[in-house]
Design a protein around this ligand. Structure first.
Ligand SMILES: [Zn+2]
Length: 255
């Protein structure tokens, strides 16, 4: 009996979150006003090198992401600036990290904790909240060889990004930030388990002849396909576009 009650409560919370997110998503992807994207930095490993990298961050550090989305929105006929990106500073502690496994229940539980954390943080903060809030954990390249995956809650308007605290990663960090931003607005991944972009939806130019090598990556395809089996990471958002499948998911007009 107690167990049933717990499930009922969990179901009600999930229903509430789902309805809330459907409303948010409609509001956030109407593209009538610029969407405010606010970025927060967190020192992920407590190292001094990471601290001094974070000290160097300003809104200009994230300009590429803003320009990229607005340039692509323009291609789809959006006449206003689609997004306005600003850096809202450093946080002393970060959001709960996503579980490393594939367990559905653990993932649901984590996403609820993350939402609760973001809401609570917003209440306590003086800075103006964004429509979308992205939390970037930075790690020193001296000690971190690989990073945990980044997650943008699909339609949830919040995301966690794990990034390298090194200027040489600025370009690729912004590719990850833009990718997770698209998730928060409802876009889905367009690559296989082997990290290969899926044709046609994960390709920048799906109907190009010859098909390979592609010159650019599609933002949710993630990589530049050089052949059917080989792909490479884009170095910056200059090598990335938003394809029509992703555009449709975030409610941009497509012919
Ligand atoms: Zn993704």
């Amino acid at each position: 009996m107690r167990k049933n009650l717990r499930y009922l409560i969990l179901l009600l919370i999930l229903l509430f979150v789902a309805v809330n997110e459907a409303l948010n998503k409609t509001r956030s992807t109407s593209w009538e006003n610029p969407l405010w994207v606010r970025i927060y930095a967190i020192n992920g490993d407590g190292r001094e090198a990471t601290d001094s990298y974070i000290d160097s961050l300003t809104t200009r550090s994230f300009e590429m992401t803003e320009k990229f989305v607005n340039r692509e929105a323009g291609r789809y006929g959006i006449r206003i600036d689609a997004i306005d990106v600003a850096y809202n500073g450093r946080l002393q502690s970060g959001p709960p990290q996503p579980p490393s496994g594939q367990s559905l229940l653990k993932n649901i539980w984590w996403s609820l904790k993350f939402r609760a954390w973001a809401t609570y943080r917003g209440w306590q903060s003086d800075s103006e909240a964004g429509d979308v809030e992205l939390f970037v954990n930075y790690y020193d390249t001296e000690t971190a060889q690989s990073l945990r995956h980044s997650v943008g809650l699909q339609g949830g308007l919040i995301g966690i990004i794990n990034a390298f605290a090194d200027i040489s990663y600025n370009g690729s960090n912004q590719v990850v930030i833009a990718h997770e931003l698209m998730h928060t607005l409802g876009a889905s991944d367009k690559y296989t388990l082997e990290n290969l972009p899926i044709h046609p939806q994960g390709y920048a130019e799906p109907y190009r002849n010859p098909l390979y090598p592609q010159q650019k990556a599609e933002i949710m395809g993630g990589r530049i396909p050089l052949s059917a089996q080989v792909s490479k990471m884009p170095e910056s958002l200059n090598q990335v576009v938003i394809g029509s499948y992703t555009a449709a998911e975030i409610n941009w007009p497509i012919e």
